[in-house]
Design a binder for this molecule. Sequence first.
Ligand SMILES: Nc1ncnc2c1ncn2[C@@H]1O[C@H](COP(=O)(O)OP(=O)(O)OP(=O)(O)O)[C@@H](O)[C@H]1O
Length: 333
Amino acid sequence: MSGLTVKRLVAGYGGDPVLREVDFEVQEGGLLAVLGPSGCGKTTLLRVLAGFHPASSGEVWLGERQLTADVPPERRGIGIVPQEGALFPHLSVAGNVGFGLRRGERGARVEELLDLVGLSGFGARMPGELSGGQAQRVALARALAPRPGVVLLDEPFSALDAGLREELRADVRATLRSAGATALLVTHDQEEALGMADLVAVLRDGAVAQLARPQTIYSSPADLGVALFVGEAVTFSGIARSGLVRTPLGTLPVSGEGHGTVLLRPEQLILGTDGVPSIVEDVLFHGHDASVLLRLADGTRVRSRVQGGVTGRAGDTVAVSVNGTALFFGDMP
Ligand SMILES: Nc1ncnc2c1ncn2[C@@H]1O[C@H](COP(=O)(O)OP(=O)(O)OP(=O)(O)O)[C@@H](O)[C@H]1O
């Protein structure tokens, strides 16, 4: 395995480029998630890296080797886990996993990979006899089998239901780790990106808006756009003076001055007996937590995320206080 470096990558389809100077690096053995909204160029990026689409300019390096336009897809040393697995339907599971291997090395390596993804004994099955989650595990085994320099995962869990998605995320992460794989995951799902990756690159307008650890992206987003994209938010416009800003939830300390937007995460809104009075409008119970829609005295509606503790019921009056630090993003001049 080797690291993957992308420098000033530009690519598109004729008109304005879709990728305008994309830069990032995935360390050897690391997992980077490229997170961005639909249409921002995630698939285009993967197609360029895999050699299916030409870059207009920029560089792609796999370890010490530059992947120039004349290196065809099969000689790039890149494994791909596509959306919905895309297994060869006429080949058995073993046939799929061994597809990129030389005949002589198939048997043992296929067994090793099936074991790694928890599907020992499934070699003779046909893809039509697998569940969605099993099919994705086979797709991962197939991508890892030829020991690629890097594995690209293209929204690999999008077709699965929520419970299975969560379980498979953890399994895939563990598998990539134990294989020592360098991996790049593209997704529009912030939970997936923040939950799985060592580092997250937020792709916006064809460039990386922020590249950081998941915790940093969530707690210290580079700008308001990133903050709103990576999680639920409660926002107020306000004017910061001497490090304080007045909001419907009270005067909050912020770092910044002038006109801007105050941003809190819903889990920072604590319901109890101290704080600003508000009316509970609705409570959505999610099992592990609840989402409480509140109306403040001035009519502003805000959402709190409550784990255990007080949620109240529709019509109740509760007091809301703010836990932790509010973020503040000054208006663009
Ligand atoms: N073959 C093509 N020809 C012309 N334009 C294309 C082509 N493929 C994609 N595009 C455009 O390029 C932009 C980026 O598309 P891309 O599929 O890379 O985005 P994405 O982030 O993967 O989206 P999604 O999450 O919906 O799959 C879009 O505006 C899309 O319409």
